[in-house]
Design a protein around this ligand. Structure first.
Ligand SMILES: [Zn+2]
Length: 278
């Protein structure tokens, strides 16, 4: 896809469209926080959302959840906004969220910007999902493996990233001039996390008070599955009740799949959250 097409698609905001149903119901936040450049696009498989966050064009950026087949799209975004990747954050260790982590850490998406001889980027994942990075292909079924191989025309392979930092609940991670707070929310996997930031995407400045990258914990109108290996329905209910529900209504949610939403919208309409409150 040509870079300009990609750029306009991102800028016009298939997901970052002010005035969408999710945003209209919100009150203006009391405190206005610095907007950040936030770009998102769905990966080639499973429509896993990959997000890129930076304090602005031409700055360092953080890449969240580089899934299957994202390297070309990511390269286009990095080139168009002149972004230099500083690190990769992973919401959890499922294949569709981590598949491109090692190529991205090695600079395959940013060859034009990586300084010669620059070191491999660090990937961040919760310690309870760390084991999944040893071989996320191990658990997949034959059908998915066939699909991957058909898509890429070669055997699906895996190499672990060299530099991995394990996250813990409540930890503050400062990368590329952005401060992320780690919220451990097991249930979809043992080490699923969400990341909150006291900033909002610049396309939506003034409409929200903060941002949550929710991974596969919380979606618009739904939640992540608990029936895959490592899933735990009880743990998910606990995470929703004790981690998600206490969050403020005016927090924008960037989920691992599907459309943007807000905590307020989900509190009011998401059946999985409503069930917990009654
Ligand atoms: Zn997942």
């Amino acid at each position: 896809m040509p870079a300009d097409l990609m750029g306009s698609r991102v800028r016009d905001g298939w997901r970052f469209c002010p005035g969408s149903g999710a945003t209209r119901t919100l009150a203006q936040p009391v405190v206005k926080l610095p907007p950040v450049l936030t770009l998102g696009f769905p990966a080639a498989a499973f429509e896993t959302n990959c997000f890129v966050l930076a304090t602005g064009a031409g700055q360092e950026c953080v890449i969240v959840d580089p899934g299957i087949g994202v390297v070309d799209q990511l390269s286009d975004v990095l080139r168009e906004f002149r972004l230099r990747p500083a690190a990769v954050l992973l919401t959890h260790g499922h294949l569709d969220h981590v598949y491109s982590v090692t190529p991205v850490c090695r600079g395959e998406a940013s060859a034009a910007y990586a300084a010669p001889g620059s070191e491999e980027l660090t990937a961040y994942i919760h310690r309870d999902d760390r084991y999944r990075l040893r071989n996320p292909l191990a658990g997949i079924d034959a059908g998915l493996r066939y699909m991957l191989e058909a898509q890429f025309g070669r055997a699906a392979t895996w190499t672990e990233p060299s530099e991995v930092i394990e996250l813990t609940d409540g930890q503050q991670v400062s990368l590329a001039g952005l401060d992320f707070t780690v919220h451990h929310a097991p249930g979809h996997t043992e080490g699923s996390v969400m990341f909150s930031l006291a900033t909002v995407p610049d396309q939506l400045a003034g409409q929200f008070a903060s941002t949550l990258i929710s991974g596969d914990v919380l979606f618009a109108g739904s939640i992540g599955r608990c029936d895959l290996p490592g899933g735990d329905e009880r743990a998910m209910e606990r995470s929703l009740a004790t981690v998600v529900l206490p969050m403020p209504d005016d927090r924008l949610v960037l989920p691992g799949h599907g459309d943007l939403t807000t905590i307020g919208q989900e509190r009011a309409t998401n059946p999985y959250l409503r069930r917990l409150r009654t």
